[in-house]
Design a protein around this ligand. Structure first.
Ligand code: NAD
Ligand code: ZN
Length: 355
């Protein structure tokens, strides 16, 4: 049970149990499984079969961040209305972070809000996107600019579905687990680093994956519960993201979010050392963990420091035109607790670090 009051079920094979959970936590008359064009063919039929005795329809959106839009939101809500879904229905979001965010936003807005159960199918969605109640779509002006806070009624995590996830997507998710270790727990940091190195050498082990996901879920839920509207402590989850978001955007989204966050964490940890906030060696440890998992650690050639700094300043989390950074003091502990958990850093210092 998370502090926000919903249960997170983590169990290999859990997809086959979603009907039982949905029946207990939501008790809707009709269920809309929202999924995407990659996950649907793999798991939607199994998920629907697991909704025994419950009226369930599947709504499939095109896969990919490019479709996390108001247009897709409109298409899904229109299809639900046409199919006669009403106030007494619920959404089951079956997919990666795109489906969790979009399906969650559909649930937050349909008939002014219906329940959502998340069934995340990427590592990133399991330990990050499905947890915390943030939902959103992108607009031409940027990512996640239109959305709502809407807590799920339950989160059902089946680590065995990761067997079909492409290796680069698996690595990208691991980057957020490394982040959870840095911001809150040195033991988790070490476990994720070992897991990442093992993942690189051979195949995954659902038991080990469950353990990593479970601890990351605990960390993220605890941080979110301490700050449900992102006024303070939740900012520590932005570690690696001020620079990371800029890199992701400047690459034209060719660099995956998790890869960009790995680069961002390495550079922001170096920045923390440079300004005397972090103990020496912190950045090296972050870099070693990312490298071990096969994640990139340096600014991609062709993405200029000036462009990163300019974009970071314009980030929607920036205040008064200066980029805010959430920085570690050491592995497992974050700085600026007395200042709302983030602080502005002079562009000149960031530029030096980026070079
Ligand atoms: N709400 C939050 O708090 C939060 C947190 C982090 C990220 N996000 C959002 O999450 C999104 C990124 O999520 P993502 O990385 O999961 O991307 P994604 O949903 O696009 O999934 C990545 C790819 O993997 C495919 N896929 C998913 N599960 C699969 C499986 N089991 N087997 C085979 N293929 C599978 C998808 O179809 C897609 O092509 C971004 O939009 C980001 O903004 C939200
Ligand atoms: Zn992230």
């Amino acid at each position: 049970m998370t502090e926000s009051g919903y249960r997170v079920h983590i169990l290999p094979g859990a997809v086959d149990a979603i009907g039982g959970v949905a029946r207990v936590v939501v008790r809707a008359h009709r269920y809309a499984i929202v999924t995407d064009s990659n996950v649907g063919p793999l798991y939607a039929e199994r998920a629907r079969a697991a909704m025994t005795g419950l009226a369930t329809e599947v709504f499939t959106i095109p896969a990919g961040e490019a479709h996390k839009t108001r247009q897709t939101w409109a298409a899904v809500t229109d299809q639900m209305l046409e199919a006669g879904f009403g106030r007494d229905s619920a959404v089951i979001a079956l997919g990666g972070g795109v489906v969790c965010d979009l399906g969650g936003f559909v649930a937050a807005t349909f008939m002014r809000g219906i329940p959502v159960v998340h069934v995340p199918t990427t590592l990133l969605a399991m330990l990050d996107a499905a947890i915390g109640g943030k939902t959103a779509v992108d607009t031409p002006a940027g990512k996640n600019l239109v959305g709502a806070f809407h807590q799920p009624s339950a989160v059902i995590i089946d680590p065995s579905v990761l067997s079909t996830l492409p290796a680069d997507e698996m690595r990208a998710g691991l980057s957020e687990a490394i982040k959870h270790g840095v911001i809150a727990d040195p033991a988790h940091f070490a476990a994720v680093a070992a897991f990442g190195a093992a993942l690189r050498d051979h195949h995954q082990n659902p038991r080990a994956t469950s353990a990593i996901v479970a601890r990351s879920v605990e960390i993220k839920s605890a941080v979110v519960a301490s700050d449900t509207r992102e006024s303070g402590r939740r900012k520590i989850l932005n570690f690696g993201h001020t620079i990371g978001h800029a890199v992701e955007h400047l690459s034209g989204y060719r660099v995956l979010h998790g890869e960009a966050v790995a680069i961002g964490m390495c550079l922001e940890a170096a920045l923390a050392e440079r300004i005397g906030v972090a103990v020496p060696g912190t950045a090296d440890r972050v870099r070693a963990a990312c490298e071990g998992a096969g994640l990139p650690t340096a600014r991609p050639a062709g993405i200029e420091p000036q462009a990163i700094v300019a974009l970071a300043r314009g980030d929607k989390k920036g205040r008064a035109g200066r980029a805010q950074y959430a920085l570690p003091t050491r592995i497992g502990e974050m700085a600026f607790g007395d200042r709302g958990w983030s602080a502005p850093v002079d562009d000149a210092l960031v530029l030096e670090t980026l070079r």
